[in-house]
Design a binder for this molecule. Sequence first.
Ligand code: HEC
Ligand code: HEC
Ligand code: HEC
Ligand code: HEC
Ligand code: HEC
Ligand code: HEC
Ligand code: HEC
Ligand code: HEC
Ligand code: HEC
Ligand code: HEC
Length: 414
Amino acid sequence: MAGRTRTTKKLAQRINLNYFKTLGGIPRWRRILSGVFVIAGLAWLGWQALAGSPKPYNAGPLAHAHALLGQKCGVCHVFEASYRRSATDQACLACHDGPIHHADQTFTPSCSSCHVEHQGAFRLASTSTAACTQCHADLKTTHGTSKLASNIRGFDGSHPEFAALRQGLTDPGTIKLNHHVHLKDGLLGPNDPVQLQCADCHRRDSLDRSYMQPVNYEKHCAACHPLQFDRRFSESAPHKEPKVVYDFVFAKLTEYIAAHPAEIPLVDEPDKRLPTRPPQPPARNAAEWVQQRMADAQLLLWRKSCKECHSVSYPNGRGSLPVVAKAAITTRWLPHATFDHEAHQMLQCVSCHVKANESRETSDVLIPGIQTCQQCHRTGQDAAEARCFECHTYHDWSKGKAVAGKYRVKQLAE
Ligand code: HEC
Ligand code: HEC
Ligand code: HEC
Ligand code: HEC
Ligand code: HEC
Ligand code: HEC
Ligand code: HEC
Ligand code: HEC
Ligand code: HEC
Ligand code: HEC
């Protein structure tokens, strides 16, 4: 068998030295197809442009709440040869209001600078921190600098401690309550010793599940602190203004002695719970009997029961009816922010309200400070949301206007 001669020359002859000038196989097809696709694309664009269709301009999927408007670009954009103009505020306002933040803000950012569209299915209201810090990092108002913290750059060291916790402020409520005494194990209950829980006195409103309902005497105190006024009656006096209480007790005693006239001359031993009083002579008639018992009942009520929980004063003199101070229970401690107990129900109450178990005075403020929140609400991964919208509203919805709908079902549903 004659062997193949593999000289350099022979080898060179087998190579097409012009291979780079001709195309074959895959490279050729690549070229042809690119051309075809470009031409087809241009043809489609031209066709869509002639038909006035929005398809070529789609910038990305709309937010979930606007999904219905997917192909109705015109509700937000004005078509002027192309959809280049960004959406106007008027277009947004046709469907829902977006009331102003503060009357004294120095400018009003456009809706779409905060509510960024075409980013897909996320909440439009989840605006960036920068949307707020563009003003709050150096806060100015139409009449100069603000009294508020004016250099907030994030929910970090630059965010101020909550106003209610700043130095020297106390709880303005007047209902006396010693949390420490009431949370001790073995507190004397209506029948047996009990261990009270926070939820025995504090529950979320069934409608507004964010905040706690204010404490109520009938629901949370009456079982252990009844308003007894006389040993002859097991029922309590009403928990009302002193005048109402007075009239109720007076009517009860008058009714009683009319039904039991034989008891008129009997003398009552002074009640052990009462502040000391001079001994009473036997009553001569029903009116005198009622007067004597009224004096005891009032000592028991005003100077013992009511006074235990209330600040009681006598602006009209010692002998007159007392005045009970307004309860003034604060229902919103952080009025410039929103808070939601339901979103935090996985936590123990005292892990935020750390001072509750030890508090002995109503004047103690038990609301947690910013450092408690910052442990979870911080930037970075594995953290709860820390952008401003999580805890604040931007729009002053109290100034919101009703929108007169301008579209018909067909216009939006097709
Ligand atoms: C709910 C209102 C809304 C609808 C509906 C909507 N857009 Fe937009 N679009 C916006 C907003 C707001 C912007 C401004 C960009 C931003 O900051 O999100 C925008 C920006 C754009 C841009 C970029 C413009 C530029 O100048 O950079 C294009 C292109 C666009 N939209 C096309 C469309 C098309 C095409 C449709 C229909 C398929 C559509 N949009 C539907 C709200 C809307
Ligand atoms: C054709 C009517 C229509 C137009 C125009 C429109 N929206 Fe909406 N928008 C809706 C509807 C419907 C919802 C969902 C119901 C609701 O929350 O009010 C919604 C919800 C929202 C929400 C709350 C939902 C969320 O994801 O946080 C924001 C914020 C919003 N729109 C901003 C805008 C902005 C900004 C524009 C202008 C660029 C705009 N919208 C234009 C109809 C419209
Ligand atoms: C500086 C940023 C900012 C600007 C500008 C802005 N928004 Fe908002 N918007 C927010 C934030 C934050 C929320 C969520 C909290 C709230 O309700 O204020 C929100 C909520 C909304 C909601 C949803 C209310 C709901 O159902 O929860 C609508 C609708 C809305 N904005 C419309 C508008 C419109 C319309 C404009 C323009 C006129 C506008 N926004 C301008 C930040 C902004
Ligand atoms: C255009 C500038 C501007 C932007 C943007 C802005 N703010 Fe404000 N903000 C103000 C002004 C002005 C005040 C009132 C200051 C005063 O009265 O002293 C204020 C007050 C506040 C207050 C305290 C008073 C109140 O109403 O509760 C909070 C909280 C607040 N802004 C949060 C936000 C959040 C959250 C954002 C972003 C979604 C935001 N701001 C965006 C200008 C702005
Ligand atoms: C016997 C009823 C009772 C129980 C049990 C009770 N509280 Fe209270 N709490 C009150 C009353 C009454 C007030 C209003 C008077 C005051 O401010 O002290 C109040 C006020 C509060 C306040 C708001 C006032 C402030 O100064 O911050 C917080 C927070 C609070 N309680 C947390 C708790 C927690 C947490 C528990 C459980 C560990 C608890 N409470 C158990 C009756 C109770
Ligand atoms: C489970 C029974 C129980 C309930 C419910 C209860 N208390 Fe008491 N409270 C007591 C007992 C027992 C004492 C006496 C404790 C002591 O001195 O050791 C007391 C004492 C008090 C005192 C005097 C405390 C002190 O400083 O020594 C006040 C004030 C008071 N309670 C207010 C309230 C108020 C207000 C409520 C309702 C929000 C309430 N209590 C609910 C059982 C209760
Ligand atoms: C064990 C504690 C306790 C005793 C005792 C008590 N109260 Fe109260 N009182 C409360 C609490 C708690 C509130 C606030 C919530 C409510 O209205 O139930 C209150 C509220 C009131 C109010 C309404 C105050 C306002 O803000 O307008 C009046 C009036 C009142 N009490 C009168 C009385 C009178 C009169 C007595 C005595 C006969 C009395 N209370 C005894 C706990 C008590
Ligand atoms: C994540 C921390 C946190 C936890 C957990 C928590 N709270 Fe609060 N609580 C707060 C904050 C913040 C406020 C102030 C809200 C406001 O009034 O603006 C508050 C307010 C209160 C108030 C005053 C009334 C009100 O709603 O503003 C009471 C009472 C109260 N909490 C009781 C409780 C009880 C009871 C529990 C357990 C079931 C609990 N809290 C769990 C943070 C917490
Ligand atoms: C985790 C919740 C949370 C976040 C996130 C948050 N704040 Fe606050 N912020 C609060 C609370 C609570 C207050 C106290 C409100 C009060 O005292 O009524 C407050 C108070 C404020 C105040 C009033 C300050 C003063 O001088 O009293 C401003 C302004 C403010 N925040 C702006 C912002 C801005 C801007 C951001 C985003 C960078 C932000 N907040 C993020 C919870 C939050
Ligand atoms: C143990 C961690 C933890 C602590 C501490 C904590 N939070 Fe939260 N918070 C969460 C989680 C988890 C959510 C729900 C998920 C989310 O929004 O990221 C939430 C949600 C919220 C929301 C939104 C509620 C809603 O319904 O949209 C507010 C407002 C808030 N927190 C404020 C606060 C404030 C103010 C404090 C401090 C007093 C605080 N949080 C402390 C974990 C925490």
